[in-house]
Design a protein around this ligand. Structure first.
Ligand code: ZN
Length: 112
């Protein structure tokens, strides 16, 4: 897999962290976009929802989106997701996260 430097357009291997042409830090580049994923409305158990969340975070971090919006519902999954995201934030896997002010069933995760 390859990716494109958003600064200069150079195409590089997906694991390269600094663009060889313009020296931009590729792992912090983003296009300002938000990916929305529902992890709680297909009958997921809590651990399944958390696995899904981790998979989506990993996939999104490898891409160019700025935010990942997780639709978590209002029950146990939401509580566990918020706890897991606190750990992720502490580890530096994500920049920050917040429940959406007008929709408690969704959490916005800032990736980059
Ligand atoms: Zn570049």
């Amino acid at each position: 897999m390859q990716k494109t430097c958003l600064n200069c357009g150079m195409i590089v291997d997906q694991y390269v962290q600094h663009c060889p042409k313009c020296d931009n830090a590729l792992d912090v580049q983003h296009d300002g976009s938000t990916i929305t994923v529902d992890i709680a409305h297909q009958g997921e158990r809590v651990h399944e929802a958390l696995e899904k969340m981790q998979h989506e975070i990993d996939a999104a971090r490898a891409g160019v989106a700025m935010n990942l919006r997780l639709v978590v519902g209002s029950g146990l999954i939401r509580n566990e997701v918020l706890l897991a995201l606190r750990d992720s934030e502490f580890r530096g896997d994500i920049k920050s996260f917040a429940a959406e002010p007008h929709n408690a069933g969704a959490v916005l995760v800032r990736l980059k």
